[in-house]
Design a protein around this ligand. Structure first.
Ligand SMILES: [Zn+2]
Ligand SMILES: [Zn+2]
Length: 424
């Protein structure tokens, strides 16, 4: 991650060894290094707290009405890695809405670490149907079902050249893939949160409105990436615009419609050499991956120099010491404006006045946080997916559980019910 550095007065003690063994301490007040937009305060006493400018602690800040918060919950590649999930950006708007743009493999652990009640995490916008952009839909679908989402999951996504290449087909067949899960959970919990409402729109639509509600407008336009179907999105709220490229080569629609946006998130691939060195790709595939069906760092830079966002975000590369500087320098060949090299849990706050970049510091052991919503009750009359024959095989542990369960029933005023019947 490259941080922009602004105004920090550093204090350094320059120790100079002088002839005769003297040491001279000198206070340096001018910036010797570009400053960090961080330590903007003072610790006012031995037991006082330090000013907190570096990090975002999830769930501790309200959004202003005219503010958008964007959190990178996945910035990596299809190949799984512990430290970087595949593509996912959460966008929170000052009106209280939350939108998940792509939900790539592994990204739900980052979304969950933000400790947002699942009732608010019910709107997903898919840029395209590669698994590194939708692979963790299962974790959101089932995780939300078991942790409080009261309604169906809502998924927006593009059509394809044929119905089988579209979002509706993908979601309908996802539900077939998870059929056993859905049938059993529907019986044990409640069926409604296990449903998916799909809004499929024409992938060829140019700057078409695909969502408009509550002061938020989301538009799409075509992207060019491995086959027809992929799109880029533009979210507009309170006069500000966040643009998300999805996966694409540089294209005319993006350069036309993303112009003058506030925060522009666009893919920037690793260099061909990096694909060969780190990703074990042959030379032919390495350049094609970088630059034929994705956007090279130089191409990313040219796009940003042309559309001039207030702040550019590069993503879709494994971001580490071995890769980031070469990608950064390659972008800087063609773009000199504000830039974030995205990695997971990077956070941007966008207001009409300023855009800040920070890192979220999230617990490794987040639980789901209850919201205000209540799930509907179980649906009566559904057939029990456990047969009497299999249920009869249960080995009786009532003798060791009885005291515990009786106490539980009394404490919570439960009727004499399920666990006793279950034993029979
Ligand atoms: Zn893709
Ligand atoms: Zn991708």
């Amino acid at each position: 991650m490259i941080r922009r550095r602004k105004t920090l007065t550093i204090m350094a003690i320059v120790v100079i060894s002088a002839i005769g063994g003297h040491f001279v301490g000198e206070r340096v007040t001018e910036s010797l290094v570009p400053s960090v937009d961080a330590a903007g305060g003072q610790v006012k006493g031995a037991n006082a707290v330090a000013p907190d400018r570096y990090v975002y602690y999830p769930g501790t800040e309200t959004l202003a009405r005219e503010e958008i918060r964007v959190i990178a919950c996945g910035t990596g590649m299809p190949a799984a890695r512990h430290g970087q999930a595949a593509t996912c950006f959460l966008i929170e708007t000052g009106n209280g809405d939350k939108f998940i743009f792509d939900i790539g493999t592994g990204s739900m652990a980052n979304v969950a670490a933000l400790m947002i009640p699942y009732q608010y995490l019910d709107k997903v916008f898919l840029s395209h149907l590669h698994t590194d952009h939708m692979g963790d839909i299962d974790a959101l679908w089932a995780g939300g079902w078991t942790a409080g989402r009261p309604n169906a999951l809502k998924v927006w996504g593009p059509s394809g050249q044929t119905p089988e290449m579209g979002t509706r087909y993908a979601m309908e067949h996802f539900l077939k893939f998870v059929n056993w899960d859905a049938v059993t959970r529907s019986f044990k919990i409640t069926p409604v949160p296990g449903m998916i409402e799909v809004s499929e729109f024409d992938y060829k639509g140019e700057n078409q409105v695909v969502y408009r509600e509550n002061g938020v407008t989301i538009r799409s336009y075509p992207a060019i990436h491995t086959g027809d179907g992929p799109v880029s999105y533009d979210l507009e709220y309170a006069g500000m615009r966040i643009v998300f490229s999805g996966d694409t080569v540089p294209n005319k629609w993006f350069v036309k419609y993303a112009r003058d946006a506030d925060l522009v998130i666009h893919e920037a691939m690793m260099t061909p050499q990096q694909f060969m060195t780190f990703y074990n790709q042959p030379a032919q595939l390495a350049w094609r991956t970088c630059c034929e069906f994705h956007t090279s760092p130089q191409g990313f830079g040219k796009i940003m120099s042309t559309i001039k966002p207030r702040h550019a975000v590069a993503y879709h590369f494994f971001n580490e010491e071995g890769t980031r500087y070469e990608i950064y320098e390659s972008i800087r060949e063609t773009y000199s404006g504000p830039l974030s090299m995205a990695t997971d849990l990077m956070v941007w706050n966008v207001t009409p006045e300023k855009i800040t970049e920070r890192m979220a510091v999230a617990t490794e052991e987040a639980w789901s946080v209850p919201g205000t919503a209540k799930q509907p009750p179980p649906e009566k009359g559904r057939p029990n997916p456990t047969s009497a024959e299999i249920a009869a095989g249960r080995w009786d542990t009532t003798d060791v559980e009885k005291a515990m369960l009786d106490a539980w029933a009394e404490e919570h005023n439960l009727q004499d019910q399920d666990w006793r019947k279950m034993k029979k």
